[in-house]
Design a protein around this ligand. Structure first.
Ligand code: AMP
Ligand code: ZN
Length: 502
């Protein structure tokens, strides 16, 4: 493996494909290009840290392909209509509901939370996607696709709404459930949970809406061949992904909670229209960020939102939060914890110290030249190990362990470095920078000048004092106060587990 030969590295990427349940060799449809579609946010609230985990994970995928010299088209949509409260088609549109609550026009809600979304992702140093299409900007295209599905007899109109006909689709393609691995018989046997008019007007409980008729009080509506209405959530993504990436593209991504029904339905629509394709060759799903052991989620109230992110950013730079997120594999559950951030911060500074030292050594005059294999540390092998780790389904925890190994040598064994030639050190320096900044997307922090870091130190001291104070109160059996402190701390992500009092 010639480490400067990016072609070789490109030819050895493996991705876990949710569709097949296997790690597969990545082979792009067009040699030099990679097309990625990631389901974006529904812009009716500030995104929480769980959402950030998913977008940061795909930012890393985007960065890696770019680093390897691919021309990447990364499409991440904005859902600004059609995402209903209830997965079963009979809830209120999330944006309409929020506009009612906040007393704003739906488009004001969309504007407000799209700006907030960009701001939050920006503080985590994620790159903007190549295209960020909105659902409301693609109504005509969605109507066209729905008409196509009706023509193919895979969809039917009822009282101004249009539904996807799962039974007909399955008769023709027998593939509903192929992504989520849901057994179709089990799905069909589900009892109706309620008798709302929407459920009753469908031919089958599992049919999902492509177009919803608008009630008189529904502000967000468009003219269509079926009367005034608005598109369903799933059709938006099929429409926008194929419009910008083609009938079949390389990677489709999103959080694992979207696998069913959202992605299953996106896939069914695409197969229905384009026949026998999987919409994307590789389906990637990120696992959830949990908080207090439960999924971080807006609807249950168990989440850390903008306010908390700001609190954390005062004590931990966003790059530390990003590093914390990247330290676990994107397919593993990750529980958010204060201790986790402290550890991430320590690890981050170990890397930064090593970066500083390498920079210093690489600018020093040295007599020795090209000795890639001369020292006890084999730089070429280390670079290969790092690439192999990323190539193995983005095994970033493994990559980070190699970065720590290198940092340990730089920080503790100056004799190893002193025995190296300039080229070795320059190469080492170059790749440390590639991995840490270009691919992981971390940022450098100037500690001395960073006033928020000072606040951070004070904040940490304050937390530690509060915890000590609580221990004393527990000893005094002041349960009310100690429980209250624990509850308050849990709101900022610090969970305390008590041992028995002696
Ligand atoms: P939403 O706006 O709810 O559609 O979510 C936007 C993205 O965040 C989707 O890809 C979700 O799968 C993802 N997401 C939601 N909650 C979490 C979580 N707790 N951890 C990781 N990703 C999440
Ligand atoms: Zn989607």
């Amino acid at each position: 493996m010639n480490i400067e030969d990016k072609n070789y590295i490109r030819n050895h990427i493996k991705i876990y494909n949710s569709l097949t349940g296997k790690k597969e060799l990545f082979q792009p449809i067009n040699k030099k290009y990679v097309g990625i579609y990631v389901c974006g946010p529904t812009v009716y609230h500030d995104i929480h840290l769980g959402n950030c985990r998913t977008f940061i994970s795909f930012d890393l995928v985007f960065r890696y392909f770019k680093h390897l010299g691919y021309k990447v088209r990364y499409v991440r949509n904005i859902t600004d209509v059609g995402h209903l409260e209830n997965e079963r088609d009979d809830g209120e549109d999330k944006i309409s509901k929020k506009s009612r609550i906040e007393g704003l026009e739906p488009m004001e809600i969309v504007q407000k939370y799209t700006i907030s979304f960009h701001k939050i992702l920006n503080i985590f140093n994620t790159l903007p996607p190549s295209i960020e299409p909105t659902a409301t900007g693609h109504i005509i295209e969605q109507i066209d696709i729905i008409q196509e599905l009706i023509k193919k007899k895979l969809a039917y109109e009822k009282n101004g709404s249009v539904y996807f006909d799962i039974k007909k689709y399955n008769k023709k393609f027998s593939s509903y459930g192929k992504l989520s691995h849901n057994k179709i018989d089990k799905l069909f046997n589900q009892k109706l949970k309620n008798n709302s008019s929407v459920v009753v007007e469908k031919r089958c409980f599992q049919d999902f809406s492509l177009w919803k008729r608008a009630n008189d009080n529904h502000i967000m509506n468009w003219n269509s061949p079926w009367g005034k209405g608005f598109p369903g959530w799933h059709i938006e993504c099929t429409t926008m992904s194929t419009k910008y990436l083609g009938e079949i593209f390389d990677i489709h991504g999103g959080g694992i909670d979207l696998k069913f029904p959202h992605h299953e339905c996106e896939l069914a629509q695409a197969i229905g229209i384009y026949e026998n394709k999987n919409l994307a060759h590789y389906w990637m799903h990120t696992n959830m960020l949990t908080f207090n052991g439960k999924k971080m989620s807006k609807s249950t109230g168990n989440f850390l939102g903008l306010k908390d992110i700001i609190i954390y950013n005062k004590s931990f730079h966003p790059t530390i939060i990003r590093f914390f997120i990247l330290q676990s594999h994107y397919r593993s559950l990750l529980n958010f914890s204060y201790q986790g951030l402290i550890n991430a911060e320590k690890g981050y500074y170990r890397l930064m110290n090593a970066i500083e030292k390498l920079k210093h050594f690489s600018t020093k005059e040295k007599t020795k030249t090209n000795h890639y294999y001369s020292s006890t540390f084999n730089i070429i092998q280390w670079i290969k190990d790092c690439y192999n780790a990323i190539n193995d389904d983005f095994n970033i925890p493994l990559l980070i362990s190699f970065l720590f190994k290198a940092s340990h040598i730089v920080n503790n064994s100056s004799s190893v470095i002193n025995n190296m030639g300039c080229s070795d050190i320059n190469l080492w320096n170059k790749y440390m920078n590639h991995f840490i900044f270009d691919i992981l997307g971390l940022q450098t922090l100037s500690l001395e000048k960073n006033s928020s870091y000072e606040t951070s130190k004070k904040f940490k001291v304050l937390i530690e004092r509060l915890i000590k104070f609580r221990i004393e109160e527990r000893k005094r059996r002041n349960w009310i106060l100690s429980d209250r402190i624990r509850k308050e701390l849990s709101h900022v992500g610090i969970s305390l587990h008590d041992d028995k009092l002696c």
